[in-house]
Design a binder for this molecule. Structure first.
Ligand SMILES: [Zn+2]
Length: 381
């Protein structure tokens, strides 16, 4: 009974259409980029034709970026992984895959599919130019000279090359990590790939200082991406084989839909629980009142408001024997921080939030380090 989660991955973005079952969004800042391009063409040429060509070129380029993202999404689909949406940002596209494939060989193929699309487009344009007899020598090509198609071809090759840089969050970083994890334990593989990525970021940053400030921006992007990816993969590996009931909070307070918000305030102040499952008189979980819902309720109707008015009824549920990893992925996908945990008969047995997961992670990571140092010790949690 999974609740519906929004497919939208970023705020401030508009849906432009659904292709192959995947919704495509553009972010508001992308529209600003288009306006800026139009304005700067107009100011420098005062020609409507030049302005339209400039905007058309950017749209064609970003069309190629969307196709790149579809390369990832449709390859992931072959391995049964859904893509929630594709969003176009001024810095490129983002395909929000539910998760990455567990098999490193599949991960390599999903990562390579994006740049492969740009290489195919580039080669396609090259063939077209050859056939029409318009192909310039490769040495004459430049980003600011050349025809519309020549520039588009060059940019597609550059996009492929840029994305193959072996550093997160570039596709090349994923390929490197997956390739390393065919040879070593995934946590070590990710740490190694992240270190290689950060070394590369430092190098790019230094280069940027002397040559091109844009490289500094990319270096920062790579540095942050490497750190984030390293954290997520470590979490994934440490949580492997753990079920929800090992991490959930068992001693919990619940609310009834008819309770006043003042009761939730008392419980919040008296203990450490901040989010409350709402249970009806028949014992069914009918909603969840998170800390944010409580604050919103207090703003709107002070302490006399009823829980039923402010609880959310569209919420995720977890089962006690379910793998913790699966629930963690669902929490990330819906941007939620807490789920009620039910047993096989559907009654409430606990509550799981991101703090519980992070607590369990720290304990297991500490034990893991102990066991690596003292291999003869007892077994992990
Ligand atoms: Zn990509």
């Amino acid at each position: 009974m999974a609740s519906r989660t929004s497919e939208k991955a970023f705020g401030w973005s508009w849906r432009v259409g659904v292709f192959a079952g995947i919704a495509v969004y553009v972010h508001a800042t992308f529209v600003i980029l288009i306006l800026w391009i139009a304005l700067s063409y107009w100011l420098s040429t005062h020609s409507v034709a030049a302005m339209l060509e400039g905007v058309g070129f950017i749209l064609a380029l970003f069309g190629c970026v969307v196709l790149h993202e579809f390369g990832h999404a449709l390859t992931a689909r072959r391995y049964g992984i859904r893509t929630r949406s594709i969003t176009l940002l001024p810095i490129g596209g983002v395909a929000s895959l539910e998760k990455m494939p567990d098999d490193p060989r599949h991960e390599i193929l999903v990562a390579l599919a994006g740049p492969a699309v740009n290489i195919v487009i580039g080669l396609g344009i090259w063939v077209l130019l050859r056939l029409s007899g318009a192909a310039a020598g490769l040495g004459d090509l430049g980003l600011t000279s050349g025809s519309f198609l020549e520039r588009l071809m060059l940019l597609n090759f550059m996009l492929a090359g840029f994305n193959l840089i072996p550093a997160f969050p570039m596709d090349g970083g994923r390929v490197l990590r997956a390739w390393l994890s065919l040879r070593m334990d995934p946590v070590r593989a990710t740490r190694a790939a992240a270190s290689i990525g950060q070394a590369l970021a430092l190098f790019l940053g230094l280069l940027g200082l002397f040559y091109n400030p844009f490289l500094l921006f990319i270096a920062l992007f790579v540095w942050i991406g490497a750190a984030a990816e390293s954290g997520t993969t470590e979490l994934r590996t440490v949580l492997q084989g753990v079920t929800v009931d090992q991490a959930m909070r068992r001693e919990i307070h619940t609310l009834s839909p008819e309770d006043r918000l003042s009761h939730a305030v008392e419980l919040t102040l008296a203990g450490s629980q901040k989010d409350f499952p709402v249970v009806d008189p028949r014992g069914r979980v009918v909603g969840i009142l998170t800390h944010l819902d409580l604050l919103r309720g207090l703003r709107e109707s002070a302490e006399t408001g009823r829980v039923a008015e402010f609880m959310r009824t569209d919420f995720e549920r977890a089962h006690a024997r379910e793998p913790l990893q699966a629930v963690f992925d669902r929490l990330q996908a819906c941007g939620c921080r807490v789920v009620p945990v039910l047993d096989h008969s559907g009654s409430l047995v606990g509550l799981l939030d991101l703090d519980n997961i992070s607590e369990l992670f720290q304990i297991r990571a500490a034990l893991r380090e102990h066991h690596t140092a003292h291999p003869s010790g007892g077994r992990l949690l």
